[in-house]
Design a protein around this ligand. Structure first.
Ligand code: F6R
Length: 624
């Protein structure tokens, strides 16, 4: 949530910052702004510009009225929390003298008290944001310290950061201290990009990947001082921090559209590769599973007597699918909880509880808080995550990375499929370690996992009927999605995609539940999308679903049926029939979700909406 960029080097900072913001716009896009240290006397040595609306609005203004040259700058793309998305509340925010500029991601929880104090001391605050207090607090240290002692920018940020409560990434420049950008991080992401004679700061590596792949993730409660040739990281208390640099293992091409009309379309198409990459290196020559990187000992895993999965949104749906696989393969009881609810219900956790936190970004605040709560209760936490070095894996006992590559479209697609694959791997590994499945049984499932990329590819090649279907649904008021067993989370995911992308009312139901109320919604012509379980799996599931389709059809629904190739029992019940390759019941979500993603994408495009940046949303939700 909110994208942040900082730069010090020899290039024009404006170009680097705008390019970085363009790559981070998926994190928030209701306003954008920049601050450049220019030495321009008309503007106290600082040039700032900010505008409500997408980055293009700001870029247009800057193109018409070019700011003076500068090699030190910061930029922000906002997802509003405090204060409406207008020009005034856009970042950067300045102090009273106009010398200090601050950009921020997160929420400063004690801002109202600080604001009142500052106003009492004569500061004039012009926005409704929580962020602005930081600029004025810095002013008190840097400009009006009163002691006459000079304080450097990093030290002033440390002093102010110690007074703040909540979650924040702050990035600051001071016109009187050119050639330095300072950042601070608590519970919100901030990455340093190391260049030659230049350095970068950003919410994530996509902002600077075109310039360098050398990165350092800032740790909790750390401050970074960024200069052209030096990066110095300390804790909020000023002590030197231990720093680990790493090399990002993908390049700029992965963060670009590569000829696709939208990132989402590219990311849907990348799913076979993403699934294959998530399996790579995790299967040994004998077909067994190796998850060495998981960092939980087999002895610990044998002790686990309960599994709790925490996640939000689409990742929560991956968790719901995981429950079926985990309980079936390992016989360990498994609960799945929406992360934002988890800690408030006082869950029962102990050392034998394995908490699995699923998050593509690794920064979702609700999930992070659930992880912290779980660890305080001495549970062991395993993160499933797509973002190397992000906060959730760092704060967990163990991590299993999905290898989907960067996902820029706001709606999760390839990261969802890889999360599902990752939970299968964890479930199978547990089964292998605890002996609830024989080695040959584990190998059989692994062999089925290995052919999933091909099956997803096949689904993608046969999506024309879904595109046609989407065109016919443009004016539908409501779409219902039904599923049973693992098809139920798939129904929830189909409905979520449609809501967030096509802004249509959609609901996902367990098909059996329909007759307990929701069936009253069905009216003539209402589209109902049904995912039919494999007839080769548990027959009873399949047969019950056939009856459920008949029930809605009898009440006038237009039935859109997703069923395995060769399942003839559905033919007479389907107004539209979408075929998917035969897949074992538990693994089926990896193939059946894909047509629902395509449906939502096509409907959103047909209805004229911005697929990659749907309204009111942001990719990485770093506030609670
Ligand atoms: C929906 C979507 C969101 C995320 C949710 C969790 O398409 O992307 O529902 O799944 O915000 O995000 P992560 O996985 O980053 O924790």
């Amino acid at each position: 949530m909110c994208g942040i960029v900082g730069y010090v080097g020899d290039r024009q900072a404006l170009d680097v910052v705008l390019e970085g913001l363009a790559r981070l716009e998926y994190r928030g896009y209701d306003s954008a702004g920049i601050a450049l240290v220019t030495g321009d006397p008309r503007a106290t040595g600082l040039t700032t510009e900010k505008r409500a609306g997408k980055l293009a609005v700001l870029a247009g203004v800057l193109a018409e009225q070019a700011p003076p040259p500068s090699t030190t700058g910061i930029g922000h793309t906002r997802w509003a929390t405090h204060g409406a998305p207008n020009d005034r509340n856009a970042h950067p925010h300045l102090d009273c003298t106009g010398r200090i500029a601050v950009i921020h991601n997160g929420i400063i929880e004690n801002f109202s008290g600080l604001r009142a104090e500052l106003q009492e001391r004569g500061h004039v605050l012009v926005s409704e944001t929580d962020t602005e207090v930081v600029a004025h607090l810095l002013e008190e240290v840097l400009v009006a310290d009163g002691t006459g002692t000079w304080v450097d920018l990093a030290e002033s940020v440390r002093r102010v950061a110690r007074r703040l409560k909540g979650a924040f990434t702050l990035v600051v420049v001071d016109a009187d201290q050119p050639d330095v950008v300072v950042g601070a991080r608590r519970s919100s992401p901030l990455v340093v990009g190391r260049g030659d004679g230049e350095n970068f700061l950003a919410s994530d590596v996509t902002a600077f990947i075109a310039h360098t792949r050398r990165a350092i993730e800032l740790g909790q409660d750390q401050v970074v001082e960024l200069r052209r040739d030096r990066v110095q990281i300390t804790s909020f208390d000023g002590s030197a921090a231990v720093v680990t640099e790493y090399e990002v293992d993908w390049d700029v091409a992965a963060a670009e559209k590569a000829g696709y009309e939208h990132f989402m379309l590219k990311e849907i198409a990348e799913q076979p590769r993403a699934v294959a990459d998530t399996l790579i290196g995790r299967i040994d020559a004998r077909g067994g599973l190796v998850l060495d990187e998981m960092r939980l000992s087999d002895a610990d895993l044998r002790e686990v007597d309960k599994i709790l999965i925490v996640a939000c949104g689409t990742a929560y749906h991956a968790g719901l699918i995981a429950k079926y696989a985990i309980e079936h393969w390992t016989r360990i009881p498994c609960e799945v909880e929406i992360a934002s609810e988890f800690r408030y219900r006082d869950p029962i956790l102990d050392r034998q509880t394995l908490v699995i936190a699923i998050s593509q970004s690794g920064e979702t605040m609700d999930t992070l808080m659930a992880v912290r709560h779980a660890r305080e209760q001495h549970a062991q936490v395993l993160a499933i995550c797509n973002t190397n070095g992000s906060t959730i894996p760092r704060e967990s006992d163990a991590v299993l990375y999905t290898h989907a590559g960067p996902e820029i479209g706001v709606a999760a697609t390839k990261t969802f499929l890889t999360q599902v694959v990752a939970v299968y791997l964890v479930a199978l590994y547990l089964a292998q370690v605890r002996g609830t499945k024989y080695a040959d049984e584990v190998r059989e499932v692994i062999a089925e996992l290995a052919v999933l990329p091909e099956k997803v590819e096949k689904v993608l090649e046969t999506m024309e009927p879904v595109r046609e279907l989407a065109r016919s649904l443009v004016d539908a008021r409501t779409v219902l999605f039904l599923g049973r067993h693992v098809g139920y989370p798939v129904a929830l995911e189909g409905a979520l995609k449609l809501k967030e992308l096509a802004y249509m009312h959609a609901e996902g139901f367990p098909a059996g539940e329909l007759k307990h109320g929701p069936i009253a919604l069905i009216e003539e012509g209402m589209p109902v999308v049904v995912t039919v379980p494999s007839p080769r799996g548990r027959g009873v599931l399949h047969d019950k679903m056939i009856s459920n389709i008949a029930e809605v059809r009898a009440r006038g629904a237009r039935t859109i049926v997703l069923a395995e190739e060769g399942d003839e029992s559905v033919v007479d019940l389907a107004d539209v029939l979408v075929r998917v390759p035969p897949t074992p019941t538990l693994l089926a979500p990896v193939v059946t979700t894909v047509p629902l993603q395509v449906l939502a994408y096509e409907l959103a495009v047909a209805r004229g909406f911005d697929v990659d940046q749907p309204r009111n949303l942001a990719k990485s939700v770093t506030v609670e």
